[in-house]
Design a protein around this ligand. Sequence first.
Ligand SMILES: C[S@@+](CC[C@H](N)C(=O)[O-])C[C@H]1O[C@@H](n2cnc3c(N)ncnc32)[C@H](O)[C@@H]1O
Length: 359
Amino acid sequence: MRPSSGLIIYCRPGFEPEAATELEQALNHRDCPGACLTVAPGRLLWQPRQGSQHKPLPLDLWPSLIFTRQWALHVSSLEDLDTRDRIAPLLESLPADLSVHELFLDTPDGNEGKSLSRLLKALQSRLVQGIRERGLWQADSPWRLHLLFLSGQQVHIGISHQQHASPWSMGIPRLRMPSQAPSRSTLKLDEALQVMLDEQERQRLLRPGMRVVDLGAAPGGWTWHMLQRGMQVTAVDNGALAPAVLQAGRVEHLRQDGFQYTPRKKVDWLLCDMVEKPQNIARLVARWLEQDLTRAVIFNLKLPMKRRLEEVRTCLDIVRAAMSRTDEGMELRARQLYHDREEITVMLLPERMSSASRH
Ligand SMILES: C[S@@+](CC[C@H](N)C(=O)[O-])C[C@H]1O[C@@H](n2cnc3c(N)ncnc32)[C@H](O)[C@@H]1O
């Protein structure tokens, strides 16, 4: 199976420039020069520079990318699909030596995607059947097939490797909004824990009885999530917490400035979702690390309108400098999640708890 040497990239609409620059620089650094082209809101194609040597792309970059939510090796594109029979030309365009274990029918985000959903539902099972009949469906294959429909006639075909890409279609985990949760922000934390930790890490790092400080907690979506996991939460915010959060018990609400608060004893998690200048948040997290006040951190950086990638890098440098001064090794992970708006989520973990360092 020989894909073309390009990539299909999925990111949040509006963040195409950041996703493009981040990826182009990372690939360039690994001797793969090329450029991205936006083909739809939140969808890009990266192509190698003409004349550059054809070599395997460094898929191990995957965990380091912040603005790319999903990616796939670009196999080919179809521009004028026959609307009377889309299945046959799609199947014919698949390489004969392809082997996949899953099919994702992807779309652009937003209304364009929604308008395609009925068509894609109708195609899904017939495509899987056709792929099976051609002998291309192998349960033990590490590859997934992506058909990115930009319209009913235009499709980009790609494959992603299960170890080097998101396991969810378009990088969006299916999360249920719990009926008692006080705010949709709860999904942001839920997604961070699903996307940025693996199963073993969740078991090691999210245990009942753990102590959490949540800065900028109101109305309490993040606090509520950690309470559901049986943890003890100190929620710091001048705003009110929703009754559902207070009723859960195991929560102490402090109406004070999150920048002034310091716990008496080291806690297991610092959460911070305060709406503040990102560098102020980075310096706050740096202080907690330097004073050894927490074992792990999840925080959001609300991004400015301009120079967002530069701002992210400045903030992460502030945090990394503090990490390098801690006794215990720490690992930094950063992602723009589906539930993140003009922001990214950053997680800091003790290295000895991370699966990466245990391999
Ligand atoms: C995006 S909301 C947090 C939502 C929360 N994570 C949830 O899940 O419901 C931001 C919160 O930060 C709080 N905030 C902003 N600056 C703060 C500060 N200096 N100290 C404490 N809270 C602050 C605001 O009052 C607001 O409730």
